[in-house]
Design a binder for this molecule. Structure first.
Ligand code: ISL
Ligand code: CA
Length: 539
C-alpha cells in the first residue's frame, strides 16, 4: 500500500472550551484556536483533532450534539469555523472533527419530534414498551440504568451515556443516511477527516444485551466507507474502547475498506483493578505497560494501523499519572514523550501535554464539572463511601483533570482569558511555573523535546516504518529497538526514580535524542539516572 499522509503525521488534540478564549467570556473558542495556529505550527504538528464544536446543551461538554451542522454559539460561527479550516491549511495543518453519532443530545430536533410522537423520528431512537418494567438490566457508562422511563407514552428509551444522550437506532437506514449527509457536509467544508466517538457501539443490539462489537458494526462501517469515504484522501480514527490487536485489523485493514486507524485503550486500564471500574485504582506496574504497548507494536498485522497516545480529554494528565510530577517533572515527562513517539503508529498529543501540564486537585464537590465524575460521586455517596475516598479517586482519574484551561503565560488566568474574567473552569494553580511562555524561553524544556520528536519522525522513515523489538531488561528499564533497512536504533528508558545500571551489549554510534545532556557510546554497564532516557543509532 502507498504510504498515507496520516501514517507519517503527528496529531494534536484540542478541547476547544479550554484552549484559548478570544472574546473574554471565559470560554475557549474557534477564533482563539486560529490565533494560536503559529504556536501549533512551531510545535510542528500536521493535524488537529478538534473535540466537538457543534451546537450542544453541554451536558457532556459537546459530546451531546443538538445540531451537527451548526457551531455552538459560545465557540463562534460557521464563518469562523471556515476561517479556522482555511487558516490552518495555510500553515499545513488539517482539521479533523469529532463525529459523535452513537447518540444525539435529547435536545436534538429528531429526539424532540420522537418524544412528541412523530413515528418517523421515533424510529431514529430505541424506544421499548414499559409493560414488563425495565426492558433489561443494561447499565449506562455514566452509572445507573441505560433505560430512561417516559411515563407519558409508557415507554423507555435507551442511552449508553447520560439520559440526555439518547442512542441513535443505527438499524434504521434513514439514521445512517443522516450520518452520511453530515459527514459529506463537513467534507465539503474542507475538513481532513473524522474522529469517530465510541464507534464500536453502533452495531449494538440492546434487546440481546450486545453493546460493543455488535454484528452490524462492520457492515455499517463498510457502508460509511462506500457512501462517504471512498475516493477521498481523508483520515478516520475510531474510538474503540474494547479493541485488541486481534480485532484491530477488522477496522483498519485497507482491504476491508472501513477506517484508517483506531484508538486502543488497553494501556489506559493498567492502573485499574481488572474487571472493576476506572475508579478502582492500583499502581502502574511498568512490566505490564511494556507488555501491552509491545503487543500493539508486534502483534498488529502489517496491514493494520494504530495510534499512540498518553492523554486525551477523558484521561488524567499523564505526568501526574505515570510520570513523577513532584520529583522529576522535566525528566519524567520527556521520558514518556520519547518512549511513545519512538513507537510505530500515529502519535496524538493532548493540549498542554507538551508543556508538562498536571492534574488539578480539588477539595470540594462543588469544584466538579464533569458529568461522569458527578454521577460517580453521587453513586458512591449513596453507598456511604467517605467523601475523602471519593475525591481521592476523582483527583486521580477524573476527567476534569485534563480539562483545565491551557496555560499560556504567567499572568492571572494564564493568558487563557482576560485577567478580569472568570474562566469557565479554574486554571491549574501551577500556571506560573508551567506555561507556554516559560517553556518556549527554555531551550531544555519539554516543549522542545516534543518539537524535536516531531521533526525526527519527519526525517527518519525508521520511526514511521521500522520493526519493533522489546529487549529483556530489569523490570523498570523499558528498552526496545526499531530496525529499518539495515539500521537499528535503541530506545532505552529508566522508568523509575532510582539509579539503575543497564547491561545491554551494544555500542552507540550516534545519539539521536536524550533527556539528560549526555552523549552515549558504550552502553553495557552504563548507570542511568532517574528517568534517564536516550535514543541512539547502534553501530
Ligand atoms: O471517559 C471514559 C473513561 O473515563 C470513557 O469511558 C469514555 O466515556 C469513553 O471512552 C467514551 O468517550 C467518548 O464518548 C463519551 C464522551 O463523554 C467522551 O468524552 C468521549 O471521548 C460519550 O460521547
Ligand atoms: Ca470565548
Amino acid at each position: 500500500m502507498k504510504p498515507k499522509w496520516w501514517q507519517q503525521s503527528v496529531f494534536y488534540q484540542i478541547y476547544p472550551r479550554s484552549f484559548q478564549d478570544s472574546n473574554n467570556d471565559g470560554i475557549g473558542d474557534l477564533n482563539g484556536i486560529s490565533a494560536r495556529l503559529p504556536y501549533l505550527a512551531k510545535l510542528g504538528i500536521d493535524a488537529i483533532w478538534l473535540s466537538p464544536v457543534f451546537a450542544s446543551p453541554n451536558v457532556d461538554n459537546g459530546y451531546d450534539v443538538s445540531d451537527y451542522c451548526a457551531i455552538m454559539p459560545e465557540f463562534g460561527t460557521m464563518t469562523e469555523m471556515e476561517n479556522l479550516i482555511a487558516a490552518a491549511k495555510e500553515v499545513g495543518i488539517k482539521i479533523i472533527i469529532d463525529l459523535v453519532v452513537n447518540h444525539t443530545s435529547n435536545e436534538h430536533p429528531w429526539f424532540k419530534k420522537a418524544l412528541a410522537g412523530d413515528m418517523h423520528y421515533k424510529n431514529y431512537y430505541i424506544f421499548r414498551s414499559d409493560k414488563n418494567g425495565l426492558p433489561n438490566d443494561l447499565n449506562s457508562f455514566f452509572g445507573g440504568s441505560a433505560w430512561e422511563h417516559v411515563p407519558e407514552t409508557k415507554e423507555y428509551y435507551f442511552h449508553l451515556f447520560a439520559k440526555e444522550q439518547p442512542d441513535l437506532n443505527w438499524e434504521n437506514p434513514a439514521v445512517r443516511k443522516e450520518v452520511w449527509q453530515i459527514m459529506n457536509f463537513w467534507l465539503e467544508k474542507g475538513v481532513g477527516g473524522f474522529r469517530l466517538d465510541v464507534i464500536e457501539l453502533i452495531g449494538k443490539i440492546p434487546d440481546q444485551k450486545i453493546i460493543g462489537d455488535g454484528p452490524n458494526l462492520h457492515p455499517y462501517l463498510k457502508e460509511m466507507y462506500q457512501e462517504v469515504l471512498a475516493g477521498r484522501d481523508v483520515v478516520t480514527i475510531g474510538e474503540t474502547g474494547g479493541v485488541t490487536p486481534l480485532t484491530a485489523p477488522l477496522y483498519t485493514d485497507p482491504k476491508r475498506k472501513e477506517l484508517a486507524m483506531i484508538f486502543q485503550f488497553q494501556h489506559m486500564a493498567l492502573d485499574e483493578v481488572p474487571k472493576t471500574s476506572k475508579w478502582n485504582l492500583k499502581p502502574l506496574a511498568v512490566p505490564e505497560l511494556k507488555t501491552v504497548l509491545s503487543r500493539w507494536q508486534t502483534e498488529l498485522p502489517k496491514e493494520a494501523w494504530n495510534s499512540l497516545f498518553w492523554s486525551n480529554h477523558d484521561q488524567p494528565r499523564i505526568l501526574s499519572r505515570w510520570g513523577n510530577a513532584d520529583g522529576y517533572p522535566t525528566e519524567s515527562s520527556k521520558m514518556l514523550a520519547i518512549l511513545l513517539h519512538m513507537m510505530k503508529g500515529t502519535p496524538f498529543i493532548y493540549q498542554g501535554e507538551e508543556l508538562g501540564m498536571t492534574n488539578q486537585k480539588i477539595t470540594q464537590v462543588s469544584q466538579l464539572d464533569d458529568i461522569e465524575s458527578i454521577h460517580y460521586y453521587e453513586a458512591e455517596k449513596a453507598k456511604g463511601t467517605p467523601v475523602a475516598t471519593i475525591l481521592q479517586a476523582i483527583n486521580t482519574k477524573g476527567r476534569d483533570n485534563a480539562r483545565t484551561p491551557m496555560q499560556w503565560n504567567s499572568n492571572k488566568n494564564a493568558g487563557f482569558t482576560d485577567e478580569n474574567v472568570t474562566p469557565w473552569y479554574p486554571i491549574n494553580s501551577n500556571f506560573q511555573a508551567v506555561n507556554a511562555d516559560n517553556r518556549l524561553a527554555d531551550d531544555n524544556s519539554i516543549f522542545y523535546t516534543y518539537q524535536k520528536l516531531i521533526q525526527l519522525r519527519k526525517k527518519y522513515p525508521l520511526i514511521v516504518w521500522g520493526d519493533y523489538q522489546l529487549l529483556a531488561t530489569a523490570e523498570t528499564i523499558f528498552a526496545y529497538t526499531r530496525s529499518y533497512k539495515g539500521e537499528t536504533w535503541l530506545i532505552c528508558a529508566n522508568f523509575s526514580d532510582q539509579k539503575q545500571t543497564i547491561s545491554l551489549p551494544y555500542h552507540a554510534k550516534k545519539t539521536i535524542i536524550a533527556n539528560y545532556a549526555h552523549e552515549y557510546h558504550k552502553l553495557n554497564g552504563l548507570t542511568l539516572r532517574p528517568y534517564e532516557t536516550f535514543v541512539v543509532a547502534l553501530g
